[in-house]
Design a protein around this ligand. Structure first.
Ligand code: SF4
Length: 209
């Protein structure tokens, strides 16, 4: 199997529970909730996406076999930590991430984190599942590690996700032209509902990738 990849780069995780940890980010091309083309945004299920996941033309983008992908990940790992860690993101990575890729990464003892919208099942043996639910979708991934709700979303009540089998619950203000309003609403919600912690996109605040 081959994997269509938008971009691959080394950085620190900017959001949620793993903030500040070194990772190679592998951004898979494509999503099941939006085509990635601006002309389709208004008719998409998910309309607030802030990520370019269309095509394979980003830095280190292309079509990779599992082995080629692992060699690229290793070549980009510049951390002082010997334990290589990847974030498989997108787009929606679970459209492409399969048992073959997970097994190949595990054979190299690479730590696997996944960022998903939760609408697809995940292969076994992923180390960290961060699920970011979107309004008007059916969530299949009811078990994982971290839920990160982009807030506010019309007709999406964070409360119902507390019933899922996750251990960390984050609320992150939606990045839009109403950011300050969204930030205030997020802080207020977290103060009233202490199970939820505030997640900020620190990479954007710091101006890094
Ligand atoms: S689900 Fe995620 S990747 Fe897909 S369009 Fe929405 S925010 Fe973007």
């Amino acid at each position: 199997m081959s994997y269509r990849i938008k971009e691959i780069y080394f950085t620190q995780q900017g959001e949620g529970s793993n903030t500040g940890r070194d990772f190679v980010f592998v951004r898979f091309s494509g999503c099941n909730l939006w085509s990635g083309k601006e002309k389709n945004r208004k008719s998409a299920i998910c309309q607030f996406c802030d990520t370019d996941f269309y095509g394979t033309d980003g830095i280190n983008g292309g079509v990779y076999s599992a082995n080629q992908l692992i060699e690229k990940i290793k070549s980009l790992w510049v951390s002082r930590d010997d334990n290589i860690a990847v974030v498989l993101t997108g787009g929606e990575p679970l459209l492409q991430v399969n048992d073959e890729l997970v097994a190949a990464l595990k054979q190299e003892q690479i730590y696997i984190a996944v960022e998903t919208n939760g609408t697809l099942d995940a292969p076994d043996h992923i180390d960290w599942i961060c699920m970011s639910p979107k309004a008007n979708t059916e969530i299949k991934l009811k078990k994982g590690n971290e839920i990160k709700v982009i807030f506010p979303q019309e007709s999406l009540d964070p409360e119902k996700f507390l019933l899922f089998d996750y251990s960390e619950f984050y609320l992150q203000p939606m990045d839009s032209n109403k950011y300050q309003e969204n930030l205030n609403a997020t802080i207020t919600y977290c103060q009233k509902n202490p199970k939820w912690k505030l997640s900020l996109q620190t990479h954007k605040i710091l101006g890094i990738r």
